[in-house]
Ligand binder design. Structure first.
Ligand code: NAP
Length: 562
C-alpha cells in the first residue's frame, strides 16, 4: 500500500527527510534532483506510514488507495522512475547534513528583498542561526510572491505551502517590511549600510519578448500579466483582456509557448467558471470568465511533443480533466516521429489522440511545430488574427532538435494572443545585470561579500516552488562564509533604527500583524462565500485593513483568540 507523489509536487524535499525508510527519490545531492519535475515514492520500500504526507508542504502525497481516477497515472509514473533509477546504493535513512553553526558571535542582521518563495526559504535557512535576524521587504503589502500571484487558482493544493510560509514568518527574529519599495522608499546603499548582508530574491518580474510584427497590438497580452490578472495582483487588474464575442467573434485564444504557464492560462480559459468561483480567483477576472465567449484555446509549441516545455505532472493533470477536450495537432510529423521518442511525455501526448471529442465542452488544442510569424489587426485596431508558420525539426551542432520554418503559413483568427514564452528578470538598481539571461551575475549566490541573490533573479525563471529551498541553502552558505571570514563590515545603527527609518519613509508600511490582518480578512470574506479567500486587489484597501491590526480593540481580539 504505497504512498504516491502526485501533482503538484513542489520538490522542496521535506518528505525525503521525514521518510523513515529513505524511499523518496531523487533526494537532495542525488543526480537529477535539481532537474526533477517531481519526486517519486518507491512502492517496494514504502511502509505506508504517512510521514511524508504530513511533511509535504503542498499536499501532494497521498496513499494509493485514495488516488482519484485522474491521479491514477501517478502510480505508474512513481513506479517507472524506480525501474530506470533503482537507487540500489541508497542508505537506510536519507542523509541529513549536520546543521552548520556560525563561528563568529552575532548578532547579525540580514535584509531580504522580495517576500516570495525564494525570500522565505532564505529567511528560514538564515533563522536556523539564532545569531541572525531577518527583515523581509516587499513592494506589495502582501507576501508570498508567485504562490499568491502565480500559482493557478484551481491548484489550491499547491497553495498549501502558505502554511509553511506562515510558520517561517512566525519565527523569532523575523520581521516584515511590506509595501516598502527598495530603490524608492529605501536605497540599496542604505540597506548595505544598515545590514550585515542584503539578499535579493526579487524574481523575474517581466516577460521575454516574442519579437514578431504586431505583437504589441491591443489584445496581445503577456501571459505573466494575464496570470497576475486572474490571481488578483494589484498592478494587473486593469489589464486589457477581452473575452467577449464582440471583440473575439472567433471564440478562440492563441497562446504562444507550451510551458506550464501556457497550460495554466489555457486551463483557466477553458475551465467551468462555476468551479473557479470556489477558488481564490480575483473577482473581476471571474466575472470576465463568466461572460466569456471563448470555446477554443490553441497552445502553440514551436517544436515537437518530446520537446514540449510543460512538465509531466501538469500534462497528467490536464489529461485527467474530464470537463475539457484536449486535442493534439502534431502538424506534418508522422506519428512514429511525434510519439516514438520513448519518453513519458510523448507517450502521454500520444494517448490523447485516442480521446473522444465532446462538442459541448471547451477545447484546448496542443499544437506542435508551429510558430507565430505576425499578428494582424482588425478594423478596431486590436488583434484579429495570428499568422503562424509550420516548422520542421533539425538537430543543432549539439544534437538538440531546433525548429526550422518550412515556409508554409496559415491564419488563425483570434481576438486574444497570450505570449507565454517565459519570464525575464529586470535589472536591480545598483547591482550588475546580465541582459541576456535577465539575472544578476553571481557565484553560488554571492554578488559580492554582503550582497547576495537567490531564486529566479539568481538562476533564471526555471524550477518549482521547492527548487528555491536548495537554491537558498547555497546562497546562505556563501553568506555564512563571509560572516565567518569577517569580510563584511559592521553596519551602522540597530534593528529599531532601521524600523524607524523605514516607517518614516513609508508610514503605511505593513508588518507581520498587518499582513495577518489582511490574511484573516480575506479568509473571513471567503468563508462567507464558501471560498478559501476573497482576495483584496487594491493596495489602499490592503493598507487600511492592515492598519486595523494596530488598533487596540483589534489587538485585544487577536490576543483573546490565541
Ligand atoms: P518555460 O517553461 O521556459 O516555457 C517557455 C515556452 O516558450 C517554451 O515552450 C519555449 O519553447 C517557448 N518559446 C520561447 N521563446 C519562443 C519564441 N520566440 N517563439 C515561440 N515559442 C517560444 O516558461 P514558463 O511556462 O513561463 O514557466 C516558467 C517556470 O515556471 C518553469 O520552470 C515552469 O515549470 C514553472 N511553472 C511551474 C508550474 C507548475 O509546476 N504547476 C506552473 C507555472 C510555471 P522552446 O522549448 O522551444 O524554447
Amino acid at each position: 500500500m504505497p504512498h504516491v507523489v502526485t501533482q503538484s509536487c513542489c520538490s522542496d524535499a521535506s518528505c525525503v527527510v521525514a521518510c523513515p525508510v529513505n524511499c523518496i527519490h531523487p533526494a537532495p545531492g542525488e543526480p537529477g534532483f535539481a532537474e526533477a519535475e517531481m519526486l517519486y515514492v518507491d512502492a517496494a520500500t514504502c511502509v505506508d506510514c504517512g510521514a511524508c504526507a504530513t511533511a509535504c508542504p503542498a499536499d501532494a502525497i497521498v496513499p494509493h488507495t485514495t488516488l482519484t481516477q485522474e491521479q491514477q497515472p501517478f502510480l505508474a509514473l512513481n513506479a517507472e522512475y524506480f525501474q530506470v533509477f533503482p537507487h540500489r546504493d541508497r542508505t537506510p535513512l536519507a542523509l541529513v547534513h549536520e546543521q552548520r553553526r556560525l563561528e563568529r558571535k552575532g548578532p547579525f542582521r540580514v535584509a531580504i528583498v522580495g517576500a516570495g518563495p525564494a525570500g522565505l526559504y532564505t529567511a528560514d535557512e538564515l533563522l536556523k542561526h539564532p545569531e541572525i535576524s531577518v527583515d523581509v521587504f516587499d513592494r506589495l503589502p502582501t507576501p508570498y510572491g508567485l504562490v499568491r500571484a502565480g500559482v493557478a487558482p484551481d491548484h489550491q493544493h499547491t497553495k498549501q505551502i502558505e502554511k509553511l510560509f506562515g510558520q517561517i514568518e512566525s519565527q523569532p527574529g523575523f520581521r516584515y517590511f511590506l509595501g516598502v519599495e527598495v530603490g524608492k522608499d529605501i536605497s540599496h546603499a542604505e540597506l548595505t549600510a544598515r545590514y550585515h548582508a542584503v539578499v535579493y530574491t526579487v524574481g523575474a518580474a517581466s516577460d521575454k519578448p516574442l519579437g514578431v510584427p504586431g505583437d504589441d497590438l491591443p489584445g496581445s497580452v503577456s501571459a505573466t500579466d494575464f496570470v497576475g490578472w486572474y490571481n488578483g495582483h494589484p498592478d494587473k487588474q486593469d489589464l486589457d483582456v477581452r473575452l467577449d464575442a464582440e471583440i473575439n467573434p472567433s471564440g478562440r485564444v492563441v497562446i504562444v509557448g507550451n510551458g506550464n504557464v501556457a497550460l495554466d492560462c489555457a486551463r483557466l480559459l477553458a475551465e467551468d467558471p462555476e468551479l473557479l468561483a470556489a477558488t481564490d480567483i480575483a473577482d473581476g477576472p471571474l466575472a470576465a470568465l463568466r461572460d466569456s465567449a471563448i470555446r477554443e484555446v490553441i497552445v502553440l509549441g514551436r517544436r515537437g511533443p518530446a520537446q514540449a516545455a510543460f512538465t509531466v505532472p501538469e500534462l497528467v493533470g490536464l489529461a485527467g480533466h474530464t470537463g475539457i477536450n484536449v486535442v493534439v495537432d502534431t502538424g506534418d510529423l508522422p506519428d512514429e516521429d511525434a510519439f516514438g521518442a520513448g519518453d513519458v511525455k510523448s507517450r502521454l501526448i500520444g494517448e490523447l489522440l485516442e480521446r473522444r471529442f465532446d462538442p459541448a465542452k471547451r477545447t484546448i488544442v496542443l499544437r506542435f511545430l508551429t510558430s507565430p510569424t505576425r499578428v494582424i489587426a482588425g478594423d478596431h485596431g486590436r488583434v484579429a488574427a495570428v499568422e503562424v508558420g509550420r516548422n520542421r525539426l533539425q538537430p543543432d551542432e549539439g544534437g538538440v532538435p531546433r525548429a526550422v520554418p518550412t515556409g508554409e503559413t496559415e491564419l488563425l483568427e483570434t481576438g486574444l494572443l497570450l505570449r507565454a514564452v517565459g519570464y525575464k528578470g529586470l535589472p536591480v538598481a545598483d547591482l550588475p545585470y546580465d541582459a541576456e539571461s535577465g539575472t544578476v551575475p553571481h557565484t553560488k549566490g554571492r554578488v559580492m561579500p554582503g550582497v547576495y541573490v537567490a531564486g529566479w533573479v539568481k538562476r533564471g525563471p526555471t524550477g518549482f516552488i521547492g527548487t528555491n529551498k536548495s537554491d537558498a541553502e547555497e546562497t546562505v552558505d556563501q553568506l555564512l562564509d563571509d560572516l565567518d571570514a569577517g569580510s563584511i563590515p559592521e553596519p551602522v545603527g540597530d534593528a529599531q533604527g532601521v524600523s524607524a527609518v523605514v516607517r518614516g519613509r513609508q508610514p503605511a508600511m505593513v508588518d507581520l500583524a498587518g499582513w495577518q490582518a489582511i490574511d484573516a480578512e480575506e479568509k473571513r470574506r471567503g468563508a462567507a462565500e464558501c471560498r478559501p479567500r476573497v482576495k483584496i486587489v487594491d493596495v489602499d484597501e490592503m493598507r487600511r485593513v492592515a492598519a486595523m491590526a494596530r488598533r487596540p480593540r483589534y489587538a485585544l481580539l487577536r490576543r483573546g483568540r490565541s
